[in-house]
Design a protein around this ligand. Structure first.
Ligand code: ADP
Ligand code: MG
Length: 270
């Protein structure tokens, strides 16, 4: 008899404390969570319950205050930012609330570029882009730029982009929050279809009932803890506070690339 494979994600006694001035705020207060390969898990909870913090820690975007996160057998403690970014680039696909597509690129280019950042050749990445765009129902729309697509279609491009990196897991933070009801439901059904058809592992943070009602596995967060059954305005750099349009676009693109795992792409002031 072979031993069961270890969970893809193993979160143990995870705590995250944000310090704002003299005030320390515990966003996560000891979270345990395991996610097996092939699972689709929804993390639910009201706004402020810690969902985004949990996803950011699992992605290695932030470091825990206490406890540990293990993803695909790796534990990030002691890893520097670049090493964590490299890990993200090769193992984690992202879907964001606001789609976060590069508006000057076509849908195909948006899907292909993260794959190219991974070092794969252009042709392979464009083939993967066409494959995944077809799988998410956008065959024939690959040449459109984001502003020529509806919100629902833009989010499908983002799903294709996440899948084209051949990730171990797709992390989706409030993926339906900018969509109307019918489009939100269609997106949930798409994610479930991808999960069942390709065995892709999804961890979805959401407080949208369209997502929660459909979830086969639901983890509820409340005040930074799993329950079963004031910060001042961030300080801005002068460029961020008074950006010219080109600078702002460049900053946004670099921030997106850095979040997706590109260690060379950190914008100034972050
Ligand atoms: P959710 O995604 O469930 O809305 P978050 O994880 O964004 O919750 O936030 C959980 C709590 O942590 C909130 O009270 C939020 O204000 C606080 N928080 C999140 N990020 C930061 C930060 N960078 N600095 C200070 N507090 C933060
Ligand atoms: Mg959130």
């Amino acid at each position: 008899m072979t031993a069961a494979p270890p969970p893809l994600i193993q979160v143990q006694a995870l705590a995250k404390c944000y310090q704002v001035g003299a005030v320390r705020f515990p966003a996560l207060r000891g979270v345990d969570l395991t996610v097996d390969r092939g699972e689709l898990t929804v993390v639910a909870g009201r706004s402020g319950s810690g969902k985004t913090t949990l996803l950011n820690l699992i992605a290695g975007l932030e470091q825990p205050t206490r406890g540990s996160v293990r993803v695909a057998g790796e534990e990030f403690s002691g890893w520097d930012r670049d090493a964590r970014a490299a890990f993200r680039l090769h193992h984690v696909g992202f879907v964001f609330q606001a789609f976060n597509l590069v508006r000057v690129l076509s849908a195909r280019e948006n899907v292909a570029f993260v794959c190219q950042l991974q070092g794969r050749d252009r042709r392979t990445c464009f083939e993967l882009a066409d494959h995944w765009l077809a799988e998410v129902g956008l065959e024939g729309l690959g040449d459109r730029r984001p502003d020529q697509l509806s919100g629902g279609h833009q989010q499908r491009v983002a799903v294709a982009r996440a899948l084209a990196v051949t990730p171990d897991i797709v992390l989706a933070d409030e993926p339906t929050a900018n969509l109307d009801s019918a489009t939100a439901l269609a997106l949930v059904e798409l994610l479930q279809h991808i999960n069942q058809e390709f065995g892709t592992t999804f961890l979805i943070a959401s407080h949208d009932h369209h997502v929660i009602d459909q979830a086969r596995r639901l983890v509820r967060l409340e005040d930074g803890r799993v329950v079963t059954g004031v910060e001042p305005t961030p300080r801005l750099t002068p460029e961020e506070a008074c950006p010219g349009p080109h600078r702002l676009l460049r900053h946004r693109v670099l921030k997106l690339l850095a979040d997706l795992g590109c260690s060379r792409c950190r914008p100034q002031g972050t």
